[in-house]
Design a protein around this ligand. Structure first.
Ligand code: PLP
Length: 519
């Protein structure tokens, strides 16, 4: 019974009584696999292999390694129970700004599971994977057409990885010009996503921050003042992380080019302009595209992403290998280019499953459908902004509409002794994943709400109604209510800093035994 009352039972829930089992209705208590498995148990029942040759040169394991065994139903239940403690875009509105948590059409999944895409190996002879290579080339064609850029490197495996690809290509181009040592400074706006300065620094550049203006854009005068013969590039997000279009983007591109630098565009917010604006026309030299954001492949929770990086004429010669080419005999992978110093970003070709999903998404929408995606995403965000901007402080609303994200500050909440985190935690009890909080850093207690185009008006209204009702509770001075939220979630308010800084990643048998004995 002691174990059943484990703290790993469901601690949340407003019910004022403890259950014997630790479960709460259909929400089952669960434990670590180590706690309910046993080393002498197994979910498989195979006869021991007979007469096998020893291929390990006498290094075969002699003692069990202590990995718990479970029956199949135990293993299945464990993971289903864990999944019930999580949230998902398939459960409800997930308005996490900058992350584009849109619905992932099931058609994509069906395509990605086709044997010819799912069951191939990167080392198979290319003659046996012609269809997969054709798909990669078709995806490249869509990406270069949509962005108006001549080349694309498909292999980067996330947005940040695509940034690395683009900035390494810029570094290679500078080295080829003989300016690898002299052009060391990269200009990054103050509102940038953390991956931008991190990428620049990882590539050996010096990060120089460009301030923003009152209305949430890059300060072009300040930017101009920072240009010089030691500037390698600017890294600009457009629409930016305040959810606003950088009106001066063309001027910024011209200025950086005149100064001999490159324009890296963070394309994570591409969903707001896909099909409407071609970044190539704005003077972009390199831009990553988060397939998992704009083109709807499942992400969050560390699932696989893909960050193909489109490159301008000037940077195309510095693209990493491999890439697909077609000749009279079919498709081939170019794995080596004489004199090309960049090399490759990944061991093989990139995230095939994401390529299939993204292309299925593009083809099912078509060019007109993709344009509508951008329009509806912007419309939805403006609807949310319009409904919330009077009850909450919306620092940029007075300067005009937003793009795909509505940005609020915690000014109203602070007036009632509350802050952004308190509202976010209360949203969890209402069944919503919180919006992005405390980002961008340029807005105090920022709340960045990105509804995406896949939410209906009914869902948006439900979300806005809850936000307004919570604001009314803040107004009424219900500080205690907020400070003790969430109450209905499987885990309540955590010391998140400590959880991040001192994660407990190991289970030690002796410690567990001692704890058990103490109980
Ligand atoms: C998501 C995001 C990134 C990084 O993309 P990942 O795929 O998470 O690595 C970079 N910049 C911005 C603005 C983003 O929103």
């Amino acid at each position: 019974m002691t174990q059943l009352r484990s703290t790993r039972g469901v601690s949340g829930g407003a019910a004022d009584f403890e259950t014997v089992s630790g479960s709460r209705g259909g929400l089952q208590a669960t434990w670590l696999l180590f706690e309910y498995g046993a080393v002498d148990r197994s979910g498989v029942d195979l006869p021991a292999p007979k007469g096998r040759p020893d291929r390990l040169g006498g290094l075969a394991r002699t003692a069990p390694i202590g990995v718990p065994g479970l029956s199949e139903p135990e293993a299945v239940r464990h993971y289903v129970r864990l999944s019930q403690r999580n949230t998902a875009i398939d459960l409800g509105v997930f308005p996490l700004g900058s992350c584009t948590m849109k619905h992932n059409p099931r058609l994509n999944e069906r395509m990605a599971r086709l044997d010819g895409f799912a069951d191939i190996h990167p080392l198979q002879p290319v003659s046996t994977v012609q269809g997969a290579l054709a798909l990669m080339q078709e995806l490249s064609r869509w990406l270069t057409s949509l962005t108006g850029m001549p080349a694309v490197a498909l292999s980067p495996k996330a947005g940040a990885h695509g940034e690395l690809c683009g900035m390494l290509a810029i570094r290679q181009a500078l080295i080829a010009r003989g300016e690898g040592e002299t052009r060391r400074r990269v200009l990054v706006p103050s509102a940038a996503h953390g991956t931008n300065p991190a990428t620049a620094a990882a590539c050996g550049f010096i990060v120089d921050e460009v301030p923003g203006t009152e209305d949430g854009r890059v300060d072009v005068e300040a930017f101009k003042a920072k240009l010089g013969p030691d500037v390698a590039a600017v890294m600009l997000t457009n629409p930016n992380t305040c959810g606003l279009f950088e009106r001066d983007v063309k001027a910024i591109a011209d200025l950086i080019h005149e100064a001999g630098g490159y324009f890296y565009c963070d394309g994570a917010n591409y969903n707001a302009i896909v099909g409407r604006v071609r970044p190539g026309d704005l003077g972009v030299d390199a831009m990553h595209i988060n397939l998992h954001k704009t083109f709807s492949t499942p992400h969050g929770g560390g699932g696989p992403g893909a960050g193909p990086t489109v490159l301008s004429e000037r940077l195309a010669p510095f693209a990493p290998v491999p890439y697909v080419v077609a000749d009279g005999e079919g498709f081939k992978l170019v794995e080596h280019v004489e004199g090309q110093e960049f090399g490759r970003m990944v061991a093989f070709h990139g995230q095939m499953g994401m390529f299939v999903r993204a292309l299925a998404y593009m083809m099912s929408h078509g060019a007109d459908g993709l344009r509508q995606v951008a329009e509806d995403a912007v419309l939805n965000a403006n609807y949310v902004l319009a409904r919330l901007k009077d009850a909450f402080d919306a620092p940029f609303a007075k300067y005009g509409p937003c793009m795909h994200e509505a940005l609020l500050s915690d000014k109203e909440l602070r007036a009632h002794g509350l802050e952004t985190v308190d509202l976010a935690k209360a949203l969890i009890d209402e069944g919503f994943h919180p919006m992005t909080v405390y980002f961008p850093l340029v807005v105090h207690g920022a709340m960045l709400i990105e509804p995406t185009e896949t939410e209906s008006k009914t869902e948006l209204d439900r979300f806005c109604d809850v936000m307004l009702a919570l604001e009314a509770r803040a107004e009424a001075g219900e500080v205690e209510f907020f400070k003790t939220s969430p109450r209905l979630a499987p885990v309540r308010r955590l010391d998140e800093t400590r959880a991040a800084r001192q994660p407990k990643l190991r289970w030690k048998a002796e410690e567990a035994a001692m704890k058990q004995a103490a109980e």
